[in-house]
Design a protein around this ligand. Structure first.
Ligand code: F6P
Length: 759
């Protein structure tokens, strides 16, 4: 039987039962009331009549007694009256009673026996009657008995009528309740149930358009909520299964954020990931519009965020925003991304003095020029070195604190700011799987040897299980440097170093960008139309051709060299004067360092000098924009430029080159690329130049502008295919895959965790 019918019938039966019970009690009460009333009435009547009958009996006036009882019999509801003497002999019986009174009813017999009043309901000649028998006294002797018979049939009749009315009422009421119940069930239960059933069916068959919520369910909200959650899990599980199946199917195809997520989950299992970098992925800053959360313009966030989200990891970084402290929970941690809550950011505070020595001093006045060999002399101060070590200790403490209760944690350290961190962590937790990725070049051993603390740096790095560089040449330089400076065994075949029994793999992982982010996912025909003339007009220039350069103002980027190449190009190709403008976006960087302040001035001066030389009416050769631009602001320049100039004197990779390629969904534009960048090893279809060679730079500019659209497209297609395949997710996947494959000494008992400074 259908549920709704069963529910309705049960309800109807319950209502009918309850109503019948009530009706029964009501009619019983009514019947009792009528009987009590009749009893009272009979008693009053008997007492009245006894007063008249008593003297007649006493005086033996039986004729008048007969007249009295006959008179009384005519009263309403009276069936008859009879008077007996004290021996039970009839003295007078009313005429209608005589034929029916064949034997003495019980109350009369009892009164004759005990001289007391008795009454009862009984049947007389088949009819219901009430009999009251009252003694007639000549005190104290009983001289007779007066009995009055009342017709009691009306009580049963009234009770029956009452029952009938009650039953009709119950029938109507039950029918109404049944009808209303059915209606309510239909409205409140059947319709939502039917909708939910349909929705669940769609989910099961995978045709649901929304898994997030069950259709509006009113009172069934809690149930609906649970069903929604169940459904979301089902959809997510199905999507994950589909993704995994797809990934298995297309093992050769490109890496995506999704594939990376699945891959990371598979590799990490239940283990947790901890990332360390100097720059934080989200910083909170005070603005006119209150505290705002900013994502620093860094490829690192794009690369590492999907990894951290995939495994709910922890990112440990320096707090750099002026509103960072008030936006953390316990003074150090907060969940990010804001609103999404997918991983934990652990902020480390360094006081300004320590930051000066660690970041500006040893990291950027020492290691940065040391590794880049851009002819800026490194500065090594003992105080900076101490600050660098102390800052590394602080970060080590933060990591050790985070992993205290973790089994087999995985730690991924970023960049040259933390060369000492791997050893510091491994020393206390040999079970950790730890990698460090060195984002800048590694110079040759002779160049590195000028660092007074080269052995400490190398030893610190070799605490890692894996050291990543962008290109093989940097790995080779590193192996050479270790070979010349430290006691260790170098395994060149497997690119590994063993020192004091610990083995470190040295591998290249070329970092990249995400094509989706740059607009690769949009087919060329659907790219928003951008007008180069309009972009230039906004900058106050009129030109036919446009070149673009995007860099931090850093001496490694070869910006003055680039400007001199442009100057030479305009000298040698005067036809491009008034026609070609180069836009240089240069974001100020590390401005507390004197060398960077000088460079900023040099860049401004060079641009002004060259502009003065060639300036005409509404045209100038160089537009210099010295403020930080967001990625969205830069994209229109990438998409409309004829040329992108990357002229680094030395660069680990250079992501501007790859961002430009990723942005060129139209397959236009030419990349002029320094052969001293890591990117030049992959982007062989760029016009490669030596940025120190002004003539070569000038020729490359001319060739790029004169290149046929066909050749441009072919070169761009090939470079796009490379960037698409070797994207940022492949970088993260490769690094994490290699790290998770590392075998550590997890079986060994852990050394006691002491909270003192790390040596
Ligand atoms: O290229 C190395 C690198 O550390 C990048 O990771 C980073 O984007 C860049 O240098 C700038 O670093 P920062 O502004 O943090 O000194």
């Amino acid at each position: 039987m259908r549920l709704t019918l069963r529910l309705s019938l049960s309800l109807i039966a319950s209502v009918a039962l309850v109503s019948l019970t009530f009706a029964w009690f009501q009619t019983r009460a009514n019947q009792r009331g009528l009987r009590r009333e009749l009893e009272r009435h009979a008693l009053v009547l008997a007492e009245t009549l006894a007063k008249s009958a008593q003297p007649l009996v006493q005086e033996r006036e039986y004729h008048r007694l007969q007249q009295l009882v006959d008179q009384f019999e005519n009263r309403e509801q009276i069936a008859g009256v009879a008077v007996f003497d004290n021996a039970g002999k009839p003295l007078a019986i009313s005429s209608r009673l005589t034929p029916r009174l064949d034997k003495y009813p019980a109350p009369i017999r009892q009164t004759i026996q005990d001289g007391l009043t008795h009454a009862d309901f009984l049947a007389l000649g088949g009819d219901p009657v009430h009999v009251i028998a009252m003694p007639l006294r000549n005190d104290p002797a009983v001289i007779g008995v007066l009995s009055i018979f009342h017709d009691a049939a009306y009580i049963d009749q009234q009770t029956t009528a009452l029952w009938r009315r009650a039953l009709i009422g119950i029938a109507i009421q039950t029918a109404l309740i049944g009808f209303i119940t059915l209606l309510m069930i239909r409205l409140t239960l059947r319709q939502p149930l039917r909708r939910t059933t349909e929705w669940l069916r769609q989910l099961r068959t995978g045709t649901a358009t929304s898994a997030a919520r069950v259709p509006d369910q009113g009172d069934f909200e809690p149930l609906a909520l649970e069903a929604s959650r169940l459904a979301s899990s089902l959809v997510a599980a199905r999507a994950a299964a589909a993704r995994e199946a797809w990934l298995r199917e297309s093992a050769e195809s490109n890496w995506t954020a999704d594939r990376l997520r699945v891959f990371i989950r598979g590799r990490l299992g239940d283990d947790h990931l901890f990332v360390v970098s100097n720059r934080e992925p989200y910083e909170h800053v005070r603005t006119d519009r209150g505290v705002q959360c900013r994502v620093p313009a860094s490829g690192l966030v794009t690369a590492l965020e999907p990894v951290l989200c995939a495994c709910d990891g922890t990112w440990i970084a320096q707090a750099t925003g002026d509103a960072d402290r008030e936006t953390t929970n316990d003074g150090a941690r907060l969940r990010v991304p804001p609103e999404h809550d997918e991983y934990t950011l652990h902020r480390v505070w360094l006081d300004p003095e320590l930051e000066r020595g660690f970041y500006f001093g040893f990291s950027n006045e020492g290691l940065w020029p040391l590794c880049h060999i851009a002819h800026t002399r490194p500065i090594f101060r003992a105080s900076d070195w101490n600050a660098y070590r102390t800052a590394n200790e602080r970060f080590a403490e933060a990591v050790l604190d985070e992993i205290e209760c973790e089994e087999n944690p995985v730690v991924l350290v970023q960049d040259y700011h933390f060369a000492l961190l791997p050893r510091m962590i491994k020393h206390r937790r040999p079970d950790v799987r730890l990698a460090i990725f060195w984002h800048i070049p590694w110079p040759n051993p002779e160049a590195f040897a000028i660092c007074p603390w080269q052995r400490e740096l190398l030893d610190g790095l070799l605490g890692a299980d894996l050291i990543g560089f962008h290109i093989q040449a940097h790995c080779n330089n590193f192996l050479e440097t270790v070979d010349r400076s430290l006691e260790s065994r170098i395994d060149r075949e497997h690119s590994a170093v063993t020192r004091e029994g610990h083995r470190t793999l040295i591998q290249p992982f070329p970092i990249s960008v995400s094509m989706d982010r740059e607009g690769c996912a949009v087919p060329p025909g659907e790219l928003p139309h951008l007008d180069r003339a309009e972009i230039l007009a906004r900058l106050g220039v009129r030109a036919t051709f446009m070149g673009i350069g995007v860099d931090r103002i850093d001496y490694t980027k070869g910006i003055p060299e680039r400007f001199r190449g442009i100057e030479r190009f305009l000298e040698t190709c005067p036809a491009y004067r008034n026609e070609f403008t180069f836009v240089q976006i240069g974001s100020p960087s590390r401005t507390s360092i004197a060398r960077y302040q000088d460079l900023m001035q040099e860049v401004i001066d060079e641009a002004e000098r060259i502009n003065r030389r060639f300036l005409t009416g509404s045209w100038k050769p160089i537009v210099l924009l010295t403020r930080q631009h967001s990625h969205e602001e830069i994209l229109p320049y990438y998409r409309t430029a004829d040329i992108c100039l990357v002229t680094s004197l030395h660069d680990g990779m250079n992501l501007v080159a790859k961002e430009f390629i990723a942005a060129r969904g139209d397959e236009g534009g030419v990349l002029v690329l320094s052969r001293f960048t890591g990117a030049s090893h992959e982007l062989v279809d760029a016009l490669q130049v030596n940025p120190y060679d002004t003539e070569e730079l000038s020729r490359a500019l001319h060739r790029a502008l004169e290149m046929s659209p066909e050749e441009r497209a072919i070169r761009m297609q090939r470079m796009r295919a490379i960037v698409k395949e070797r994207n940022i997710y492949r970088w993260a996947g490769g690094l994490m895959g290699e790290l998770c494959a590392v075998r550590t000494v997890s079986a060994m008992p852990r050394p006691a965790l002491v909270r003192s400074a790390v040596n």
